[in-house]
Design a protein around this ligand. Structure first.
Ligand code: UGA
Length: 432
């Protein structure tokens, strides 16, 4: 099939590359000429394991191309994916201006009938809005059909998730579109669930909000565990053995970050609020997360009284491992607080240092290696569970640091490991 993907952000690029790998002819469209020229050179603008080689293979095979021209991109498209961003507005609601702009461009350039698939995370009712908008402005009188097809990939494992996800959700109002979409994904061994458009749009928000709820719930359990002398790691294992609960997303830590959970939970609050529903549980999930992001600072203040003048190494800056994404990373709130409290902060991330420089306070210095970050530091804060950080030799760490005190927001080490190495170790939901 001939496919156009509009927007080469995270979702768009991964979608385009993976659809071309399935044998479809894909053209990705983006208005940013610099991005298109980088992509045409076979370079991925995002750090995502496995994506770049797959992109190059499919470009070489003639199945994948990139353009800034909407006219060129849409000329032979049977299926058009909309994968532009829906960033949060000031009040938390989703900003649909990119979606509206794309709708107008489709209306101006579409020359033959097409299925329009919205993959961006959009509030319930957006597919209808886009359909009406395009139909109201079509330059050529052609038929369009709408499909909602939310994505569930995770950064850092996006390619794997696309080919081996748990489900494909297709929201549509007509059987023909449903069968076109099923055919499109027929090479994937993934269950397809077809439903109406509004329910499909809601499935995306409800899924992310539910996962965020699991995380905030476990973070609260961890805080109670600390007070009662229980161990949250054991509690999570015991809970996860119950299939109704499931053993994933039970990891307590320093709160969720990234471009999705914080944005989508706030957007769902707005969506519910718009129909006069006060989503109390979700409000608490968001509040708990904000508190949890700075929990290590509370622990450090309890331990030292003050952190003024202390040299603190932040180990891992990205919101999670295997990505250079700093959006809503807990390291942002933590670095700001520490600087305000008068600490000297040195950050290290295997891939996100460059991005971090733009979002962390200017006073933060950056280290090229873990050793450099920890060298003569008074305190280490583990913020991201990169494999390299969890593989640290704690004996070494105790020699590098001035005072070997670690606050681990990701529970990378066992209490026994830390004790054997002579490191003073404070973690989440366990005994100090
Ligand atoms: C999330 C969802 O997992 C994807 O299904 C969804 O498609 C995506 O959002 C999206 O809407 O685009 P992502 O934000 O890439 O994916 O990352 P996750 O791996 O889900 O992690 C999100 C945050 O939750 C991270 O900060 C992570 O550290 C935290 N987390 C995750 C925990 O604190 N505990 C856990 O048990 C799991």
């Amino acid at each position: 099939m001939n496919i156009a993907v509009i927007g080469t952000g995270y979702v768009g690029l991964v979608t385009g590359v993976c659809l071309s790998e399935l044998g479809h002819r894909v053209i990705c469209i983006d208005q940013n000429p610099d991005k298109i020229s980088i992509l045409r050179d076979g370079i991925s603008p995002i750090y995502e394991p496995g994506l770049e080689p797959l992109m190059i293979d499919n470009m070489d095979a003639g199945r994948l191309d990139f353009t800034t021209s909407m006219e060129e991109g849409l000329s032979s498209a049977e299926i058009i994916y909309i994968t532009v961003g829906t960033p949060p507005r000031e009040d938390g609601s989703a900003d649909l201006s990119h979606i509206s702009q794309v709708a107008d461009e489709i209306a101006a350039h579409l020359q033959k009938e097409a299925v329009i698939v919205i993959k961006s995370t959009v509030p319930v009712g957006t597919n209808e809005y886009v359909k009406n908008r395009i139909e109201g402005m079509l330059a050529n009188p052609v038929r369009i059909r709408m499909v909602s097809n939310p994505e569930f990939l995770r950064e850092g494992s996006a390619v794997q998730d696309t080919f081996h996800g748990d489900r494909i959700i297709i929201g549509t109002e007509d059987e023909e579109s449903a069968s076109i979409m099923e055919k499109l994904y027929s090479h994937l061994q993934i269950p397809v669930y077809t439903t109406d458009i509004r329910s499909s749009e809601m499935i995306k928000y409800a899924s992310n909000a539910f996962l965020a709820t699991k995380i905030s719930f476990m973070n609260e359990i961890s805080n109670v565990c600390e007070k009662l002398g229980a161990d949250v790691e054991s509690v999570a294992i015991g809970m996860g053995l119950d299939k109704r609960i499931g053993n994933q997303f039970l990891k307590a830590g320093i709160g969720y970050g990234g471009s999705c959970f914080p944005k989508d939970t706030k957007a769902l609050m707005q969506i519910a609020g718009n129909v006069h529903y006060d989503f109390k549980l979700l409000k608490s999930v968001i509040e708990v997360n904000a508190d949890q992001q700075t929990i290590l600072i509370g622990k450090a203040l309890e331990r030292f009284g003050t952190v003024r003048g202390k040299r603190i190494a932040l180990l891992g800056l990205a919101f999670k491992p295997n990505t250079d994404d700093m959006r809503e990373a807990p390291s942002i709130a933590i670095a700001r607080h520490l600087i305000n409290l008068g600490a000297e902060v040195i950050g290290y991330d295997p891939v996100a240092n460059g991005h971090a420089e733009h979002v962390l306070p200017v006073q933060v210095r950056y280290a090229e290696t873990l050793q450099e970050a920890l060298w003569q530091a008074d305190v280490g804060f583990i913020l991201t569970e990169w494999a390299e950080i969890c593989a640290l030799d704690l004996h070494q760490v105790s020699l590098w640091m001035r005072e070997a005190v670690l606050f681990d927001g990701r529970n990378c080490f066992s209490l026994g490991q830390a004790a054997a190495a002579g490191v003073e170790y404070h973690s989440i939901g366990r005994k100090s």
